[in-house]
Design a protein around this ligand. Structure first.
Ligand code: HEC
Length: 145
């Protein structure tokens, strides 16, 4: 059950990841979408290991978690200016609750860094990914169309 929930969460989070940002004109919007895609790529690497689709590789897992943390760290700055684009899914609520938006980014950064420094085997992936995915979901629910 636990892994099923996890896979469902990951599927929800990654839905539409590959081509959501084609045709974006505003470079600032494109940059923040690219950061989100980088986060999704890291989740994909971890998810494939969690599901056993790829073998567990500690340094690849650490690199994926570190990349998620790096993009999460950049998120507040990338979203700070109130940029818009017809393709953007960002809600205006971001800019009226920017402290909360920032704190959700920091939570993701800390969780991903925690995973990068603690991961020793595939069994670590499931619980860590569930927390990461819950964080994506919380922020998307509040701040993404
Ligand atoms: C602090 C808030 C926040 C967190 C945390 C967050 N996201 Fe996002 N994400 C957003 C917002 C806002 C958008 C919409 C950006 C836009 O369209 O301008 C977005 C968009 C995306 C997109 C679509 C990018 C595109 O090309 O249009 C993907 C994929 C994504 N997020 C994946 C993730 C994953 C995976 C996680 C967790 C590991 C995550 N996000 C965590 C706020 C967040």
């Amino acid at each position: 059950m636990k892994s099923l929930n996890l896979l469902t969460l990951i599927a929800i989070v990654l839905a539409g990841a590959a081509f959501a940002h084609t045709g974006v004109k505003n470079a600032a919007v494109k940059a923040r979408m690219d950061a989100m895609s980088g986060i999704a790529d890291g989740m994909k690497v971890l998810g494939q290991m969690a599901k056993g689709e790829t073998g567990f590789d500690q340094s690849a897992a650490q690199a994926a978690a570190t990349a998620i943390a790096r993009h999460a760290a950049a998120t507040p700055e990338l979203f700070e200016a109130r940029e818009d684009d017809p393709k953007s899914e960002a809600k205006q609520a971001i800019w009226s609750n920017f402290d909360d938006f920032t704190s959700k980014s920091r939570d993701l950064e800390e969780m991903a860094l925690g995973l990068a420094t603690s991961i020793t085997g595939p069994a670590d992936l499931g619980p860590a990914m569930a927390s990461l995915a819950a964080n994506c979901k919380a922020c998307h629910k509040a701040y993404r169309e």
